[in-house]
Design a binder for this molecule. Sequence first.
Ligand code: NAP
Length: 530
Amino acid sequence: MADLDVAVVGAGFAGIYAVHAFRSAGLTVRAFEAGGGIGGTWFWNCYPGARCDVESKDYSYSFSPELEQDWSWSERYPAQPEVLRYLNHVADRFGLWPDIQLSTRVTAATWDPGSSHWTVTTGDGQRRTARFLISAVGCLSAYQVPSLPGLETFAGPWYHTSRWPRDGADFTGLRVGLIGTGSTGIQVAPEIAAVAEHLYVFQRTANFAVPNRNRAVDPDWERAFKADYRTYRKQAQESFLGVPIPGTGRPALTEPAEDVQRTLMARWQAGGGMPFLGAYTDVLVDRAANDIVAEFMRDRIRETVADPAVAGLLLPRAYPVGAKRLCQSDDYFAMFNRPTVTLVDIRSAPVSSVAPSGLRTADAFYELDALVFATGFDAISGALRQIDVRGTGGVSLAGEWAAGPRSYLGVAPAGFPNMFIVTGPGSPSVLSNMVLSIEQHVEWIRDCVLHADARGHATVEATPSAEDAWMAHVTEVAYSTLFPLADSWYTGANIPGKPRVFTPYLGGVGPYRARCDAVAAAGYEGFVFS
Ligand code: NAP
């Protein structure tokens, strides 16, 4: 008999809810978490300025009406410390701590067909067996630092934003170099610029960013909103992104140009990426419509940044707006008006090496006291590939994914019985409100496990043909949009040597949920039970 019914890897939003959901269903469960606290991405990414770009009313669990009534968010967009406080509150409130094991990295998981168990090995050499293995490792956990010659010789401190010191880093009076201008770099830069003697922002690709217009949550608004939270959650479940966005419902290309500009300006003033990009139906599928929105955003940069040469470098032109994650910031572009901030174009003159006193590019040397990497993640598959997962016949998951990560319905990899991935490759995951998608996956997996148990089946496994058909569908949907035109982490293009496969599912949260429900209603079509 296995030690556990369910072993969960990770205790972020997904792992925490998995513990609650499986335990409430009467199963024994344990989550193994590498961090010294729960929270996953919200535990590790404690850099200054870290803030969620999905509104707090959406980026929160919906499984407990009491929880959503009792908890009050202080801001429209929650900052990292508040999200972490929320998750710890959830663990307290539902008594989850006894089933979460912190500071425990899972290094291997091996399927034993004889006993129909997984053996989970942790960094300290311990082994636990479980009937089911649930990966809740998250999509943005395996961080990447570029391999720059000489980095080890750098005399000052250097940091990756995803492994920020828990007691902070002090840049007061220092010359700081920042590499990376994605969502993270754009958030951390103004915070560093506020205290540093000088900040050098090394930019390879200019990015689009919309304002947050973050603000405190108004208690009267909150009371009125919470009175009908359930209806709102239902709308969210059926929506495209997992957030109900009131769009115009029309294509921009059929609208008079002045009306489009007026609509975009109103949404720009209101703040937030989802309502802005969701204004028109054709922005992410038609390049001409996309160009209108992109040019609107470039105009906002031109009017914000005083030096036309700096503004010119900041204008994003390398990809359609929205095809990479849209960044959000209220102060990133204006930061470049400070005399103590320099934008360095490393597209034309790449970084060549690091020396003890600074950083060398193809055409200059920058004296630096500290270096910050906001260089992103080996996303979606990276964290799981770091674990030695072995399925039927000892086949390795990393090997199976050599040509790109895959799974049936974004939740079950063929060849790996009794293994499920929360928000895995081929699910809406990172192109949706993650918390809502996590809940949908965890509940679907729980029901599948209960279905197997109720019928006395020891194993459940996706078939290779179901997996093939699903991934072909994921690709087909992706290539009907502008998303594949960007060199993004959605495709693995940010990791040298990683195969380029567009992995998230773009069919929409509502339709995806309906598909998962239909699969379950048909007796878990595409799965084999034994
Ligand atoms: P990212 O979007 O992958 O951005 C990484 C940045 O580092 C890019 O500017 C990239 O340039 C640069 N870079 C990478 N390798 C480099 C190299 N060798 N030399 C020079 N530059 C290099 O990573 P991220 O900013 O950490 O964001 C990842 C995701 O996390 C986001 O897309 C978002 O989903 C999530 N996130 C969300 C929030 C939020 O909720 N507000 C905040 C932070 C992160 P290129 O573009 O040229 O590759």
